[in-house]
Ligand binder design. Sequence first.
Ligand code: FEO
Length: 170
Amino acid sequence: MLSKKMEEALNDQMKWEFYSSFLYLAMAGYLKSKNLDGFANWMTVQMQEESAHAMMFFNYIDEAGGRPDVRAFDQMDNDYKSVTDVFAKTVEHEKLVTRRINDLMDLAVKEKDHATTQFLSWFVKEQVEEVAEPTKILNQLKMVKEQGNALMMLDRELAQRVFNPPAVAT
Ligand code: FEO
């Protein structure tokens, strides 16, 4: 059974995961407008992953005896200077999400809520990848300085990404 405080914190994180989903779809829209369809594909897959994360919170809150409370959020900052700027903002966003997940884990440990600790451990591990992947793309973008051929090669590579639902998603 979730404490009221834990239920509130999990619902707040569910909102953040849905927010992440919209943020990445907004970024995909910007990338599409620049004819970078491969980069847009990568972001669209990211959007699908975030929706799956949000639904993992939704299902867990329900199973643990709480009420999944779906909340609206404000319009996100949707102004980008370049594709490099998009990925720099992605890395920053994922670092923020990592801090939030770690805070949630601290709360679950403090409350001796073993089931929630177990649930969150998947996200702790996932966040390592969530920061590493866009960081790698950001570093590649910095290396090629957004120059024509190299940018197109990267775009073609990112066009290959496909969505695989997390194995634990219910
Ligand atoms: Fe749901 Fe990108 O973390």
